[in-house]
Design a binder for this molecule. Structure first.
Ligand SMILES: [Zn+2]
Length: 183
C-alpha cells in the first residue's frame, strides 16, 4: 500500500475537524449509508461505568463517549465528559474537552462508538434536541434514565439507538463479561 504519513496526518486532522464540528453543531449527514448491525455489544465494566456516572451526576444530565478502533464497532475506551450545560434537562459537551477528545481519538485511530447521556426526569428516549444534535451515523446513542432511583442503588433504563438523518431506531443491548486485562 502506498502510505504517506504526512498526508494521513493531514487527512486525519481534517476529518477530525469535520467530525468535531458535526458533534458540536449537529449539522451532520451520513456520508455513506453505513451497514448497521442493530445491536450494541458492550462489556459489563463499561456498562457499569456509564450507569455510575449517570447516578453520580443526577439530577443533572451526565454525558460521555466510549471510543473504539475505527470501523470496529467495539466500545473500548470509556471517556467521561463534563456536561458544560450543568443542567437537568440538557447536555452539551465542553468545546475544549471535545477538541481534546477528537485529537486523542485521531491519534489513536479511534472513533466514538458510543455517545451516551442521561435523562433524569424522563424516559431513556432521545429528545427532539438529542435527535437534532446526533451527528455520528456510526455511533450508538445510549440513553440512561435515572428518573426512578436517582443517585441511589437500583436499576436504570439503559437503551441504545441509531440516529441517522433524524431517524431514530432502537437497538438491542448485549452486555458481555469484562475480560481480565493482561498485565
Ligand atoms: Zn437527552
Amino acid at each position: 500500500m502506498d502510505f504517506h504519513p504526512h498526508e494521513w496526518k493531514f487527512r486525519g486532522e481534517a476529518e477530525g475537524d469535520r467530525r468535531r464540528a458535526r458533534l458540536r453543531r449537529g449539522t451532520a449527514r451520513a456520508e455513506a449509508p453505513p451497514t448497521l448491525d442493530l445491536v450494541l455489544t458492550i462489556d459489563q465494566a463499561t456498562y457499569d461505568a456509564i450507569v455510575a456516572h449517570a447516578k453520580r451526576d443526577h439530577p443533572d444530565e451526565a454525558c460521555g463517549v466510549v471510543a473504539g478502533p475505527e470501523g470496529s464497532d467495539r466500545p473500548e475506551r470509556f471517556i467521561e465528559m463534563v456536561n458544560a450545560a450543568g443542567s437537568p434537562t440538557f447536555y452539551e459537551f465542553d468545546s475544549t474537552d471535545l477538541f481534546q477528545l477528537y485529537k486523542d481519538m485521531d491519534e489513536r485511530d479511534e472513533e466514538p462508538v458510543v455517545v451516551y447521556h442521561s435523562h433524569t426526569a424522563t424516559e431513556a428516549y432521545p429528545s427532539r434536541t438529542d435527535i437534532g444534535l446526533a451527528s455520528e451515523p456510526n455511533a450508538h446513542y445510549v440513553l440512561v434514565s435515572t428518573r426512578e432511583h436517582g443517585n441511589n442503588d437500583g436499576p436504570v433504563e439503559f437503551r441504545s439507538y441509531r440516529i441517522i438523518d433524524g431517524v431514530v431506531t432502537e437497538e438491542d443491548v448485549t452486555i458481555t463479561p469484562t475480560e481480565e486485562s493482561t498485565p
